[in-house]
Design a protein around this ligand. Structure first.
Ligand code: SF4
Length: 882
């Protein structure tokens, strides 16, 4: 039995399996855990062999930094398995994907990950990797960590075993290598936000340079000769302790466990490492020839000098002394942050242990004493209660709690893997103090949040749609159906989407959606594990839904299927029927969202369709239409602010819109925190849609739900490809005028004149500017039409998948592909935040739009429709290309 098989069979550690491998929810899956460890090796490619959800939801998701030029750690690679791949097998496709990736990015090695779907259908990735290795002439390494085998911790361990089995000990440092002087390995340090760059110079100065980093800011080569180190330094995490223990057994390299967070811990770490090096049987030069100082002396010199500097800098933060913090790091690092907080004189009034190992809990107790309040229950409700009861000044936690803090008005500091500020080392402690201080100061201010024409050619140019989707998708644009469905259900009040699959899907989807909307979102999982996959899991869906119904009383539960549950053939519609019989209080719908088929727009429309299908039947002839009431089915391409604008436009004509879904709920106006959605359209209001006079559809992807209303209740509809731009908004106004029998209100006449004026001002900048648009089809139609009116030359539109809307995009060339497929010379790239690097490579500015947008502020409060929204967009783009 290999080490990996042993882990899968016995858990992370055979004698303390429940403690180390326990998964009590709120964390991602083994696949994600393996990626966290391996992806920072920045000159290697990481191919995810599975459906789009795994890579689409996670790439570029961690704050790991690297100086390695290739920067492959910021790219996503996936085979994006579809239904045909599942039916006929996709080992050949995977082989071609590896070969294409090797040609495209010239990686030093390629890691290939099995995920839930490829794992379930039994793809033999080991043999494909062997074949690919022979063809490519580089190492191609299988990583067998499908999400259903366990949580993130287990995935970390599996990745460690992969390094031991395939990488460590396979190379030797070259004599010319700058690494040759290195004597220690850093294990379990991922260089989040540049943490390691605060620490590495200290080691060098103290005469203990680093040989190999596992794996932040590392190269593949340096890990191959990690077995030549004199000492392994395991950084404040037990995730890779298996690597250190095995290297001790195989190569006789001792190890120490340290933390670099906080003054106390850094000094302790430096001393411990020096001590251990002096004790080691390897010959460490004990005295520096030039300075005559021993290793220990040099370490003391570094510590003394840095502590003086630190004390000087921390004088600015002396006001933090005596303050109180609630801490929940969401991982195994709690004890090290406890120490850092104590260094700043901050008292820890409660610390979450939900995902901490047994050893971490022991360390926390050792620092805080037996009286310490260690809490298992880190639900938002409990954290909120603790903050209030303990009169805490700050919540120090993972990024997912940011929006709990923002909603409740608590000062907050993010200490997790998505953070952008380095907290390790002496400089890191100053950063930490600064962040705490800034947040406390911000929330202590009394900024109380109260209360609960021109140029358009207008004709479709000659174009050709090419489907460039090949065996490999590099830097995917695509998002899964589940993402779309989960977003749609956020626009219904007191709703809860539950993904029926392994826990990674919902965790990663939640992180991504939250990152985009900067709002807490409602999303749960049925958390399938290996035994559920083998034995059947319909009961899991029923059990999880019932628990939520009893505790949270949602008005609507949407059970979304995943690639895993669809492939294993769960009878979810049967489970939903069963649930409906058992529960009369909550409405329950089933949304089929296999992530190997279709994309975000389809999933969003599927969810709306399922909601409309659930409207009670009205006996024939009994539906009396309500004068002036119109249904509005608006697509996923609109921002939350657009939904408010849309309502305002319609109401200005005296019409009564019923908007499904109503994503204005995500515009930041909600107060408080809840595991179910809040705001948006109510379930009772949805029932009234059967009595509306007409349906207006915004975005072609929403036509199918409109057909449901037509077929069931005889409600006619009109589809607007876009309600942006002069032409699109004019047409929309005319429609509203006709429906209401009123003329266009004067405020819109005025807005129109301002837009026309703005278009004239800006059109000088647009003339023949070469633009590439890479977003979902409905948004691509909307943006390309505005650019066409402005006289820009949309040379290329890239869409993640084909739909009817693709035919309406105003572009010379259209390809179904990914960000990596963008080639050419452009003056502007319009795409989501993932495209930052693509824009840099093209040498063009990036206008961020679509999903996800998380690298700029204010996207969700931006209006993109109507005369006003169009003008905003025109000016913003002009300012970029001027
Ligand atoms: S749990 Fe979801 S994200 Fe994780 S491997 Fe499975 S399908 Fe992929």
């Amino acid at each position: 039995m290999t080490h990996i098989n042993s882990l899968l069979e016995n858990g992370c550690n055979t004698d303390k399996k429940e403690k180390l491998c326990r998964s009590r929810g709120g964390e991602s899956c083994a696949f994600d855990g393996a990626m966290i460890v391996l992806q920072p090796i920045a000159d290697t490619a990481h191919i995810v062999h599975g459906s789009i959800a795994c890579c689409g939801n996670s790439w570029e998701g961690r704050g790991t930094l690297s100086n390695v030029e290739a920067s492959l750690h910021r790219m996503g690679f996936t085979t994006d398995m579809d239904e045909m791949d599942i039916i006929y097998g996709s080992e050949e496709k995977l082989l071609n994907a590896i070969i294409q990736t090797n040609k495209a990015v010239k990686a030093k090695a390629i890691f290939v990950y099995a995920t839930c779907v490829s794992g379930l259908v039994g793809e033999d990735i080991e043999s494909v990797c062997r074949k690919a290795e022979a063809v490519c002439g580089i190492k191609v390494i299988p990583v067998n960590a499908p999400g259903f085998v366990g949580p993130k911790n287990l995935g970390n361990r599996i990745a460690g075993e992969v390094l031991l089995d395939h990488v460590i000990g396979t190379g030797e440092p070259s004599l010319n290598s700058s690494m040759e002087a290195g004597i220690i390995n850093l294990i379990g340090e991922y260089n989040i936000a540049g943490d390691m760059w605060n620490v590495e110079p200290l080691f060098k100065e103290a005469g203990m340079p680093i040989l190999s980093r596992i794996s932040g800011d590392s190269t593949f080569e340096e890990i191959t000769y990690a077995h030549r180190a004199k000492l392994n330094v395991v950084v404040c995490s037990r995730a890779l302790i298996n690597v250190a223990k095995e290297m001790e057994r195989r190569y006789g390299i001792p190890y120490v466990e340290v933390s670099f967070f906080g003054k106390t811990e850094i000094a302790k770490a430096l001393r411990m490492i020096a001590q251990k090096l002096q004790n080691t049987e390897h010959k460490i030069q004990n005295t520096d020839r030039e300075s005559g100082l021993s290793l220990r002396d040099k370490v003391e010199e570094v510590i003394a000098r840095e502590e003086v500097r630190l004390a000087e800098k921390l004088k600015n933060y002396s006001h933090l002394r005596g303050m109180k913090a609630v801490l929940y790091t969401g991982g195994v690092k709690s004890w090290s942050f406890i120490s850092a907080l104590l260094d700043l004189g901050i008292e820890i009034v409660a610390a979450g242990t939900k995902k901490s190992t047994f050893e971490d809990e022991e360390k926390m107790k050792a620092i805080l004493g037996d009286e310490a309040l260690l809490i298992e229950d880190v639900t938002p409700a409990n954290l909120r209660r603790l903050m209030k009861e303990k009169k805490a000044d700050v919540l120090v936690a993972g990024g997912r709690n940011l929006y709990l803090a923002v909603k409740e008005g608590f000062p907050f500091v993010d200490v997790n893997q998505e953070r952008h500020i380095a907290y390790a080392g002496y400089e890191g402690l100053v950063n930490f103090a600064e962040q705490i201080s800034n947040s406390i100061r911000f929330f202590s201010q009394k900024t109380e949040i109260r209360g609960q024409g021109a140029g358009g050619k207008g004709q479709k140019p000659e174009y050709e749609i090419k489907n460039l989707q090949s065996e490999i998708s590099i830097n995917p644009l695509k998002h899964s159906r589940t993402i779309g469905a989960a977003i749609a259900l956020q626009g219904i009040d007191r709703a809860l989407p539950i993904i029926h699959g392994a826990q990674g899907c919902s965790f990663l989807a939640k992180v991504l959606i939250t990152k985009h909307f900067r709002e807490p979102v409602a999303l749960a999982s049925t958390k399938l594990f290996t035994e559920d996959v083998v034995m059947g899991s319909d009961e899991n869906a029923i059990k999880v839904a019932q628990e939520f119904i009893e505790k949270q009383h949602p008005e609507l539960i949407g059970i979304l299927t995943s690639g895993l549950s669809e492939v294993k053939g769960d009878n979810i519609s049967g489970a939903v029927k069963d649930l409906k019989i058992r529960n009369q209080k909550s409405k329950i719908i089933n949304v089929s969202t296999p992530d190997y088929d279709g994309g975000m727009e389809e999933g969003y429309a599927n969810a709306v369709e399922a909601v409309l299908e659930s409207i009670e039947n009205v006996p024939t002839g009994k539906t009396r239409k309500v004068t002036g009431r119109i249904n509005v089915l608006a697509g996923s391409h609109l921002t939350p602010a657009d939904f408010t604008e849309l309502r305002g436009m319609i109401e200005s004509f005296g019409l009564k819109p019923v908007i499904l879904p109503d994503l204005s709920a995500l515009d930041g106006s909600r107060q408080g925190f809840s595991p179910i959605s809040s705001g948006g359209i109510g379930v009772n209001e949805i029932e009234t849609m059967a009595a509306s006079e007409f349906t207006v559809v915004i975005g072609m992807s929403m036509e199918r739900p409109a057909r449901v209303l037509k077929e069931r209740f005889g409600i006619k509809y009109t589809v607007f490809e876009s309600i942006s731009g002069l032409g699109g908004t004019d047409a929309f106004m005319q429609m509203l005028s006709a429906l209401s029998n009123r003329s266009v209100p004067s405020e819109f006449e005025r807005q129109r004149r301002i837009l026309v004026d703005g278009m004239r001002d800006a059109h000088f900048y647009y003339g023949n500017k070469r633009v590439c648009i890479a977003v979902e089809p409905d948004l691509s139609v909307q943006i390309s039409k505005v650019l066409d009116e402005m006289g820009a030359d949309v040379k290329l539109a890239v869409v993640p998948s084909y739909s009817d809307a693709v035919e309406k995009i105003q572009a010379k060339n259209i390809i179904v592909g990914d960000l990596f497929s963008i080639r050419g010379s452009f003056d502007l790239l319009i795409s989501n935040s993932h495209a930052e690097n693509t824009a840099k490579k093209l040498g063009a500015p990036l206008y961020q739009a679509g999903f996800p947008v998380y690298k700029i502020l204010g996207y969700n409060s931006k209006i993109t429709i109507g005369y006003r929204g169009t003008l905003t967009m025109i000016n913003e783009i002009a300012n970029l290309i001027v």
